[in-house]
Design a protein around this ligand. Sequence first.
Ligand code: UT7
Length: 330
Amino acid sequence: MSDKVHAVITAVGGYLPDYILTNQELSTMMDTSDEWIMTRIGIKTRHILKDEHEGTSYLGAKAVEELLAKSKTDVKDIDLIICATSTSDHQFPATAASICERVGIKGALAYDIQAACSGFIVGLTTAAALVETGRFKKVIVLGAEKMSFMVDYQDRSTAPIFGDGAGAVLLEPTTEEVGVMDSILHSDPVGVKHLHMKAGGSAMPASHETVDKRLHYIYQEGQAVFKHAVSDMSEASAQIMERNGLKGEDVAWLIPHQANLRIIDAVQRRTGVDHDKVIINIDHVGNTSAASIPLSIWENEKKFKKGDNIILTAFGAGFTWGAVYLKWGY
Ligand code: UT7
């Protein structure tokens, strides 16, 4: 116990849509193979929200509903909800607002964070800082993505990578030595040109021409992104461990953003965390962008013990990246 208030995760929820897109099915749609995707990325299957009339808030609301039910939390008690997403239901309002509408949350502050694949750790850091002020007592942070809406299923260099899903955590204040202990976050505009969607925003509004030219999909220069992802996630993880006096053996779990198994392996080697302590779900969910870390937490919640040192690390478009040091709270 101390006087310092920390924000601790007290519950987790998640949701993966039913439809499973296999490498076999992808190889009927484009010139690719299970062998290439497994060796170069490490993905076997990904979940896809097939319903064209449902957006990211559908996925997010499912994760939030599970979280509320599991933690027996009344919607009236939620005072803040932050949704990290790059695939908002609408240009405006925030997807967090649409989730509130679906779930029945009224009166809470609700907003989105756009930090691409790093969105969840940015949201968690922001929310933790707000909880530490004492003004917010029950906060939901989620990552929710319908990536399939912006994947070009004619482009073999991006189509195998992404999947849909949502993960949510409940943050509450505590004076115990658990919760969000530290965080390092950065951005570098060098990344803007390497990873973006060309049309559909205010810089290039949608037109017949932008649709004809297939400009409403993810554009990625894979190798440039790969190099930065490896070095920046490794550096941020190593730095946060060092400044908190943690060696590889002190880390119970390393939870990296799931973009490519080769990136995850490189980060594991650099941090010196045992291979068995690295949470990996990319094989069955693919890259779910901002949902990747909370989905990993959700799927592995039962493995965590109170006091476990957990390092989260992410990298995404912008570029944005960073690491969070958590002490698990239950
Ligand atoms: O989450 C946000 C951050 N995103 C990331 O961290 C993604 C980082 N980048 C990557 O993970 C990898 O760069 C990719 C998975 C996107 C691509 O892997 P790569 O090993 O960098 O492949 P490449 O783009 O250098 O392509 C190598 C070869 C090329 O053929 P040639 O020119 O050598 O004949 C590609 O045309 O592989 C070919 N290729 C494919 N072949 C079969 C590209 N995509 C495919 C495919 N199936 N799906």
